[in-house]
Design a protein around this ligand. Structure first.
Ligand code: ZN
Length: 121
């Protein structure tokens, strides 16, 4: 099947690959009670496998658990019509909490296959 979409991520060499850098931000509706300790604008970043939080800011393990399974897929190129491309917000897993986690593709990082696994291509 012919690919009908273009991608921003390319293969630079046999030994390299690219992944989107991600920023995951908390979005809280104004005036609503937040149950998971998050504040509007709290965030973490993900580059490759490295998740980083700003100093003195935490994240609920339940909120992290809700978004974590999606991050590896969101790092990769997906067709424009794929919901992984179009949908960016994940609901807080607490049914009484109106906050969302918004996953934003912020850039592209290049990695070498040999740096992440001992197995040959
Ligand atoms: Zn919440």
């Amino acid at each position: 099947m012919k690919e009908r979409y273009s991608v921003n991520v390319s293969v630079e060499s046999e030994d390299s690959f690219q992944l989107y850098d991600l920023r995951v931000e908390v979005v809280c509706p104004p005036g609503k009670r937040i149950m998971c300790g998050a504040k509007n604008g709290d965030f973490f970043t993900l580059q490759g496998e490295m998740l980083k939080l700003p100093p003195n800011q935490g994240i609920s393990i339940y909120s992290l658990g809700a978004v974590l399974p999606l991050l590896a897929a969101k790092q990769r190129v997906t067709p424009p019509s794929d919901w992984m491309s179009t949908d960016a917000e994940v609901a807080c897993p607490d049914p009484n909490c109106p906050s969302r986690l918004r996953i934003i593709r912020t850039g592209v990082g290049t990695f070498r296959h040999g740096d992440v696994t001992p197995f040959c291509v």
